[in-house]
Design a protein around this ligand. Sequence first.
Ligand code: ZN
Ligand code: ZN
Length: 330
Amino acid sequence: MKLLEFRKEGIYCEAGDFYIDPMKSVSRAVITHAHSDHARAGMKSYLTHTQSREVLRLRLGKNLPVETVGYNEPVFMGPVKVSLHPSGHLPGASQVRVEYKGEVWVASGDYKTDNDGLSEHFEAVKCHTFITESTFGLPIFRWKPQEETGNEILHWWQRNQEYGHASILFAYSLGKAQRLIHMLHDKGIVAVHPTIFDTNAALRKDGVAVPEVRSMATLKPEEWKKALLISPNVNGIPESVTCRTANCSGWMTLSRFRSRGNADAGFVLSDHADWPGLLSAITGTGAENIIVNHGYTTALSRYLTEKGWNAMPAPNHNEMKNQEILTERG
Ligand SMILES: [Zn+2]
Ligand SMILES: [Zn+2]
């Protein structure tokens, strides 16, 4: 039985008549998290985790018709039992478990297995079929412990202070930004771009313990030189301020992305699972069928097939193209 199928509108559950992270306008959408490649405007109704409500409204409209549930709180869509489970990708991010007539499928959404201390830790949910992401589905991708990367960033920041430079960490406003704030907020002057400031406020309304940090707009001239700025871009930074910039992403594993591009430095810090994380998550589900969606789908499904899983790339999967990598959140 195909409990979930891949349609052009998105992942569809016919028995319950709903879509997961639909790409086109549909009547019932279950949203794993508020990143723009998963949450789009135009759905007649939204179901998401309680910690995603305000941030979804911030991004898609304050009157968005959104209902929320906590983790492990089943709801019924027709005869289908649906529940959300932590994916560890960012606060409120969910995997979707779907059960009908004894058959269980789980769609992972984006996930990471490392505990970042802010998001609820990834849960391996038992199922028959697991639809897994594979953004970093190659053996070269292996993350260091978060604390180690945090120390690398701290040393870089301290060195920049010695030279009187501001330090800018480029980070998208939902997920990576709050993770960096959680890691570094008590190590000196940390200030954020207004978009991140607003995202933090929305997350706090939903009960996420994002530490208080200042908006960049409040920094005094002498503070810039010591500050760590977390921002999606350099907008709002006075021209008189000299700064050093860095990217934080799993893609920084690849030297061609570290050495080339828009920043002076690169730190390997990802909100997705690395290769060992993908394999441990897949093993943890106990699933015999694995559908690999998004990223290095062919490589990962071939590996799993060799190891005895019934694995395949998702139909219409978006295999990662080199030119797309830098635009993909990592
Ligand atoms: Zn995401
Ligand atoms: Zn994604």
